[in-house]
Write a protein that binds this ligand. Structure first.
Ligand code: 6A9
Length: 781
């Protein structure tokens, strides 16, 4: 008998890292680079939080008491239900400066973050936070006092000491101190000109995901005992969490400075605290603000392109994308293939413990990494800070397993886990997600050639690509084999549910377009047009990267041949084009005659047990093109496969500009109004998602293509240009109007309801692409 059975081998394989040197071990990511990015606002799940890029960090965060309808609420983790009027970074440079405005009813909190240049000490440098609290109405006495809670917690469990018996903030009082391996001795000081009342409690706990409950509970007990909204000045023995309550009459301001590497003779703590508080802090903040403004103008060149309102939205878009960058550490939960005959009953295995530095789609709803979102994020970020961009992509590629697979959604650590319903946690090793990182890599290769970067940046890009190359090859191979279809050069998103009895159309989460309608009956004969086009992008990028690196092996040639095959219009048309409607479609086993119907449920004893919606198929499906017009149908245009002189281009422009199919005054619909599944629910609980609403990432790609065709000689360039102009204006106007009205960027925009923002908010992931739309910076494909 074998030592390990097939299942065991499979289990181990799935969670085996790709056997190549890690990208993050490259010298360019060590030393000064690493230290300069050590501390940051890397906790996107809380309104304000600081941590270091290390698995078990010292973390800091802010809570405050909000008042709504005469009731108190503790604010901490970004939650939509808090109903804040607005929050988010108005500016953030991703490195050492950020400015956030939080409006909670009539209270405005401004949080500023600054890191000092003191790097090279090996301790990651110092940082400061300024919290400015204002209140509009100062009517009743009891509402005049504001309560902030600033906490420090050591994830490693090191105990923290409180500075003094009695804390007085006037002359830069020492709040807390301790030491750690990474930062040496450290001290936290608080400075304020205002009359603050300060209390603190200390806790010993290994749990960082429920600090809110800890403080809430403590406050509750104390309030019942004393009638006061006040932390008791007591502490567990050797606490690793310290919470400081700062109470004062509005308006008030407080500065908090963190200094590391203390305890040495030369550490000049007093001087460093002075520089990070009071007037010196004010002037450094305004200096940083000026730098930000200059860089914003330089990077995106907006001055003659958009109005002042758009400038504000663009600033918030890039600021929030950069300010939302997080650092996570933990293990993904991997689901083993369903048909596995394992009798152990345990169908999950943990991935290896891994770190991820990444931007996130939404602070409140999805504060974690998503693979295909990240490609869109990086289209903005590389233009702002190429080193941050490479660092993020490097982290993602280091998550690849031995098969070349990268899990799509990264739920790492208990804080991230606490935000996700259990059924969404497991990641499936059979499932893909669009390889949008190639959008960025392709762009980088092009920009390197056109001298966009400094010499040292260009060098780092090629070292990066050189180290990344074997991983990219494995990624490509993984797609090319596991997602291949039955027919030559066809592909389909694996992982759709063939046996569904509830879904109107089985979803393909792996495509990123979730409920976008595909063949009604998933089979191996399916061909997905979007995936085929993503493969073209991947092959093309691999080719251009191998050219840049001057790889002499044949592989470069193979990628070229493959790209040529995938961009061959005749083959594409044979597989995906419908001559009658002049549109491109998926192909598969399909019938249009599917619907959902209410059915009575009975218990085993035949008693009525309520109703449920079930799927009803009224006709035998057959192999055919799947006649839904929407984002997927435009992929050959997006990837610029259609020759500029082709009548098919005219047809595509028709689909785009026609109000009864895709066009609205607010952007392009995800699914045409004429589609049989337009705005149809997928199950009782699944509202339409990619079946009508307007999404910025796809609008950006389509707009890029229109921009491209408007500059190609041909009979349709003038028409492409005018559609481009109108679509661009519509997208910008609508996102800006919504921001002005609601204070947020949104996940999607309603194609029916005057372009109203819907879904998650704030959503400054790919919706931030509106900034590239303003600046007319488009990705090469
Ligand atoms: C559900 C719910 C409190 C869905 O932006 C991230 C992804 C996209 O990659 C994908 O294309 N969004 C899009 O269709 C959001 C996905 C959220 C899934 C997790 C858990 C918890 O909410």
């Amino acid at each position: 008998t074998p030592l390990v059975n097939e299942d065991e081998v499979q289990k181990l394989r799935v969670v085996t890292p790709f056997p190549a040197p890690r990208i993050m071990d490259l010298p360019q990511f060590q030393g000064e680079h690493k230290e300069s990015l050590y501390w940051g606002t890397y906790r996107p799940q809380v309104y304000f939080g600081v941590r270091a890029r290390t698995p078990r960090s010292l973390i800091a965060g802010l809570m405050w008491i909000g008042v709504k309808d005469g009731r108190y609420f503790l604010r901490h983790v970004c939650q939509d239900s808090d109903g804040l009027n607005t929050y988010g970074w108005t500016r953030h440079n991703g490195r050492d400066y950020g400015n956030q405005v939080i409006v909670d009813q009539d209270v405005t909190l401004t949080t500023s973050f600054l890191k000092s240049k003191e790097i090279g000490s090996g301790f990651g440098g110092d940082w400061a936070v300024r919290i400015d609290a204002q209140k509009e109405k100062l009517d009743e006495e009891i509402w005049r006092t504001g309560h902030l809670f600033f906490y420090l917690a050591d994830e490693e469990g090191n105990s923290l000491s409180v500075g003094r018996e009695r804390i007085d903030s006037r002359d830069g009082s020492l709040f807390a101190s301790s030491s750690r391996k990474d930062v040496g001795g450290w001290e936290l000081h608080l400075v304020s000109e205002d009359n603050l009342e300060i209390h603190y409690s200390g806790f010993k706990t290994p749990h960082m995901h429920n600090l809110t409950e800890l403080v809430e509970g403590t406050l509750g007990v104390q309030a019942r005992r004393t009638g006061l909204l006040q932390l008791p000045d007591i502490s567990d023995h050797s606490p690793n969490v310290l919470v400081f309550q700062v109470s004062a009459k509005f308006p008030f301001k407080t500065d908090i400075a963190f200094v590391s590497g203390t305890g040495l003779k030369s550490s000049r703590v007093e001087e460093r605290v002075k520089i990070l508080t009071g007037n010196p802090l004010s002037s450094q903040l305004s200096e940083k603000e000026k730098d930000f403004e200059e860089k914003y103008k330089r990077c995106f060149n907006l001055t003659d392109k958009v109005d002042s309102e758009s400038m504000i939205v663009g600033r918030a878009a890039i600021g929030n994308l950069l300010g939302g960058i997080g650092y996570f550490y933990g293990q993904s939960k991997i689901a083993l293939p369903r048909d596995s005959s394992s009798k152990s009953g345990d169908n999950f295995v943990p991935y290896w413990p891994a770190e991820l530095y990444t931007a996130v789609p939404s602070l409140s709803f999805f504060p974690r990494g998503f693979l295909w979102d990240e490609g869109f994020h990086q289209l903005l970020i590389w233009r702002w800070d190429i080193r941050i961009c490479l660092d993020i992509i490097g982290h993602w590629l280091d998550l690849m397993n031995i098969d070349g697979w990268i899990p799509r959604e990264q739920i790492l650590g208990s804080e991230a886990l606490s935000k996700v319903p259990e059924e969404f946690v497991p990641q499936h090793p059979t499932n893909a997600n669009p390889p949008t990182l190639f959008l960025v890599l392709h762009d980088l290769v092009r920009s390197t050639k056109s001298n966009t970067f400094t010499a040292s940046e260009s060098k780092e890009i090629s070292y990066f690509l050189d180290r990344a190359f074997t991983r990219l090859e494995a990624w490509f191979q993984w797609f090319n084999t596991t997602q291949a279809g039955k027919d030559a050069s066809s592909y389909y998103w694996h992982g759709r549910d063939k046996e569904t009895t509830r879904e109107l159309n089985p979803k393909s989460l792996s495509s990123g377009l979730d409920d976008y309608p595909r063949a009604s009956h998933p089979t191996e004969q399916e061909r997905h047009l979007d995936l085929r086009c993503w493969m073209l992008l991947a092959a093309d990028s691999m080719h251009s990267i191998s050219e840049l690196l001057e790889r002499k092996d044949n592989l470069g040639k193979d990628y070229k041949a493959m790209a040529e095959l995938l961009s061959n219009v005749d083959i594409l048309n044979q597989m995906h084009f419908d001559n009658v409607s002049g549109a491109y479609f998926d192909f598969g086993n399909h019938t249009e005659k599917v619907r959902l119907r209410w059915q009575e449920m009975r218990t085993s004893g035949s008693n009525y047990a309520g109703r449920e919606l079930v799927r009803e198929v009224l006709e035998t499906p057959k192999l055919r093109l799947v006649p839904h017009i929407g984002y997927v149908s435009l992929f050959p245009l997006i990837m610029r496969i259609i020759p500029p002189g082709s009548w098919i281009l005219e047809k595509q422009l028709d689909l785009i500009s026609n109000k009864s199919t895709l066009w609205t005054d607010y952007g392009l619909r995800s699914l045409a109004k004429t589609s049989s599944l337009y705005m149809k629910r997928n199950t009782e609980h699944d509202a339409p998602y990619w079946r009508g609403p307007i999404w910025m990432n796809m609008n950006y790609l389509i707009l890029s293509a229109l921009h491209h065709y408007s500059r190609e000689d041909g009979p349709y360039s003038i028409r492409a240009k005018s559609i481009y102009g109108e679509l661009r204006e519509n997208l910008i106007r609508n996102v800006v109007n919504n921001y002005v009205k609601t204070g947020y960027l949104w996940e999607q925009y309603d194609q029916k309801n005057k372009g109203k923002g819907k879904g998650a908010r704030p959503f400054t992931g790919w919706t931030a692409l509106v900034l590239l739309i303003m600046s007319e910076s488009f990705a090469e494909v």
